[in-house]
Design a protein around this ligand. Structure first.
Ligand code: PLP
Length: 385
């Protein structure tokens, strides 16, 4: 049985081209870039090249890129590093639908005496911008709002928010882990101060991420030790990971518009096919501003976990919420914040495609889905027979 991988918001396949670029760095060119000898020293230019590739995808300067170990580290570093740099301000604003890598950090700040405000969203997952504007005051150190939501794919107006925050003299961080590589981003002339991304969401390996820090933004160093990453993030570099991420960014930049359209068409076909074949379903997310690869569908009267298990029998990988929270049977905090009714939130499935997804995979899933839904609804105590 072949695997149909529709869980690309959880993680992605490493691109062959990325693997090829990384390969020599394990057993041949394994020196430490900080070493004085030529063998180690020759690695430095590969990191420099990767930094340029990432910067080119983001439209920023290479010096504005700090390599980290993952999206979670970038989020933690952005929030904690920004707050440490402005100790006189004690308020942080975020949204109710952030990934735990942001939400948990913000909630923890309350224990340290910060005022933390979580802005709500409407039923499409769209942020309440009026509430946000009202909340930014002279005591606000940082606003951290994601670029795109990992569960629904809803894209937030990050640049508009960044301008709003800049006018009020606070810092703006955006978790762009799900956006980078999927939609074009341009940080040249942007008001975004800090931005997080993660390699394994764009066909680079796990264990590497980036924090973009806009030139002139005050940020306290977040890993103390050696001089790596201009002293802001010490620790011997994950050279293969960094080089892989650079290549992945180059690949993403090369075809972003074309791939976008192709993936969006496949996603739309999948969504339409499922909605037509299965009654009592709804899409969760912004119909207009959504990542091209993501669809989150609620199937009334049945459990998302039961659907996942049945899909798994056919080799189809999807998700019933973010991978990090799927250990719990609580309905997703994102869907609850959107006011999705309990029965619908419980039966929600996220399909997330990639540039490797095919028409054949979409057709097969459309064929299988009504069988699964009918079978589970036959067993459901919530359906009147
Ligand atoms: N932020 C968002 C929006 C995510 O979707 C994820 C991972 O799913 C993360 C942060 C965490 O990234 P990482 O797995 O690289 O730590």
């Amino acid at each position: 049985m072949e695997t149909i991988y529709f869980d690309n918001n959880a993680t992605t396949k490493v691109a062959e081209e990325v693997l090829e670029e990384m390969r020599p760095l394990f057993c041949d060119l394994y020196g430490n870039p900080s070493s004085m000898h030529t063998f180690g020293g020759q690695i430095g230019h590969r990191i420099k090249n990767a930094r340029e590739q990432v910067a080119s995808l983001l439209g920023c300067e290479p010096a504005e890129i700090i390599f980290t170990s993952c999206g979670t580290e970038s989020d933690n570093a952005a929030i904690k590093g920004a707050l440490a740099a402005v100790p006189n301000k004690r308020k942080v604003i975020t949204s109710r639908v952030e990934h735990p890598a942001v939400l948990t950090v913000c909630r923890d700040l309350e224990n340290a005496g910060y005022t933390v405000v979580e802005i709500g969203v409407d039923r499409f997952g769209r942020l309440d911008l009026d509430e946000l504007e009202d909340q930014i005051d002279a005591n606000t150190a940082l606003v951290t709002i994601m670029y795109a939501n990992n569960e629904t794919g809803t894209v937030f107006p990050a640049e508009k928010i960044a301008r709003m925050v800049a006018e009020k003299d606070a810092l703006f961080h955006t978790d762009a882990v799900q956006a980078v590589g999927k939609i074009p981003l341009d940080l040249s002339g942007s008001h975004i101060d800090l931005l997080s991304l993660s390699g394994h969401k764009l066909h680079a390996p796990k264990g590497v991420g980036v924090l973009y820090v806009r030139k002139g933004t005050r940020l306290s160093p977040f890993m103390l030790g050696g001089h790596q990453e201009a002293g802001r993030r010490a620790g011997t570099e994950n050279v293969p990971g960094i080089v892989g991420l650079g290549k992945a960014c180059e690949l993403a930049a090369r075809n972003i518009e074309l791939e976008n359209t192709r993936v969006r068409n496949l996603r739309d076909k999948l969504e339409k096919g499922i909605l037509e074949a299965c009654p009592d379903c709804r899409i969760n997310g912004d119909p207009e501003n959504r990542l091209p690869n993501t669809t989150n569908i609620s199937f009334e009267f049945i459990e998302g976990e039961a659907i996942l298990l049945m899909l798994d029998k056919y080799g189809i990988c999807a998700s019933s919420g973010s991978a990090c929270t799927s250990g719990s049977l609580e309905p997703s905090h994102v869907l609850r914040a959107m006011g999705v009714p309990f029965t619908a939130a419980h039966g929600s499935i996220r399909f997330s495609l990639s540039r490797y997804s095919t028409q054949k995979e979409v057709d097969f899933t459309i064929e299988i889905m009504p069988k699964i839904v009918n079978q589970l609804r036959e067993l459901s105590p919530f359906v009147t027979k």
